[in-house]
Design a protein. Sequence first.
Length: 482
Amino acid sequence: MAVVAHKIQLQHLAWRAGFGEPLPVISSWEDKKRKEIVNKVLIGHAKSSLTSVDVVSAGDLPDYQKRRNMTAEERKNLREVNTQGIKDLNLNWINSMIKSDHPLREKMSLFWHGHFACRTQNVLFNQQLLAEIRNNALGNFGDLLSAVSKTPAMLQFLNNQQNRKQHPNENFAREVMELFTMGRGNYSEQDVKEAARAFTGWGFNEEGIFTFRKKQHDDGIKNILGKQGSFNGDDVLRILLDQKQTARFITTKIYKYFVDETPDEGRISELADKFYHSGYHIQSLMREIFMSDWFYDSRIVGNRIKSPIELLVGIRRTIPMTFEKEEVMLLFQRVLGQLLFYPPNVAGWPGGRNWIDSSSLMFRLRVPQVILYSQAFNIIPKELTPEMGEGNNYKMTLQINDFLKRQFAKKVNAQINWDPYIQGYSGVTRENLANEIAGVLLQQTNNISQQLLEKYADASSRENYIKTVTIDVMSTPEYQLC
């Protein structure tokens, strides 16, 4: 096992546990022990608190009783409120990722956002689901699973509102087993049928609050994964958490997301065993990963393709900026293939090499120039597909597509605050600037030529030199990796 240099290790941790950190932060870590740095990463800033990203309250939207009697015009207005609300929620969360002093919490939330993939046209439901994910992102997986499973967003999306005694709907029970806990192939069809009976009666009321409808619940005896009883939904979740396969399934997904796309079965078995016996404590699992020597192996460092959100948030955490219209971030997400709150299917974004195709790669390489030189878009975003639902969901998808098409040719007007970034290199000599910039922004610098960077840099001033070298480094294929 080849462990990389200490500074590269720190950058590796900063990217895997967040969205990268600027030179002053990395430098402040250099004289500290790994345990101290990892602890800081896990708990965030001493005064760190979870900032709300909410955009609406329950009173902002009509209740369900009224919705049933809406006119066509009222329904259209409601769709527009929801569409705008979800765009605002997206931008608020992105802003929180950029400014957070606890980036691991937002990074974990981004992971769980894909794990608990859900599409709903209701902005309040999206907001509630995101709040549960962010509140429990580093806590106990059992608490997170229970909280998410009881959100109106998930109950609606997976049809459990229609799951009633004598007429069970299996969709929710199946996805809880297949996608949220054990993974496909680790349960029988009979287990799904019996679990669906246990989840009967789980729903939500007109205010969008979870409710147990006792009269619609099947309180008969069920047989689930070898256990027998008059189980309800909470009992099913406990039975699933009792299965060591659940710990292994979750650990494998976390390993592939935070460590390596290619699972190491031995490491995963060890991590999953500790995760299970910790009572599914997520922060403890992440500590095990970040404290392990193998996490800093040269074969793991810089081998992961950044997701579109990681790429965009990373650029904006590195160099402070604002946009004339923040909505441009929605366009970047759509073009790059990861629009928050619009996962492609129930399994979420596949990630890895799936982020890259011929058109998205070329645009990825241009993103820093488009932003930092305020260029115009010249690529039409792919359309969202309305496959995850019909009706209002379909109509709202069309609204999003129309909005993005109207935006795509517009110039990106970004106000860049270069001063903090440039100040971060104040102690670096002129001849070492290019190497230092590349060394901070990249985990792999083998293919980066200082001579080439010098050739295309604006050397008219130290400030312009730092700016142009930074943009050039960010425009390399290596910057797509972390």
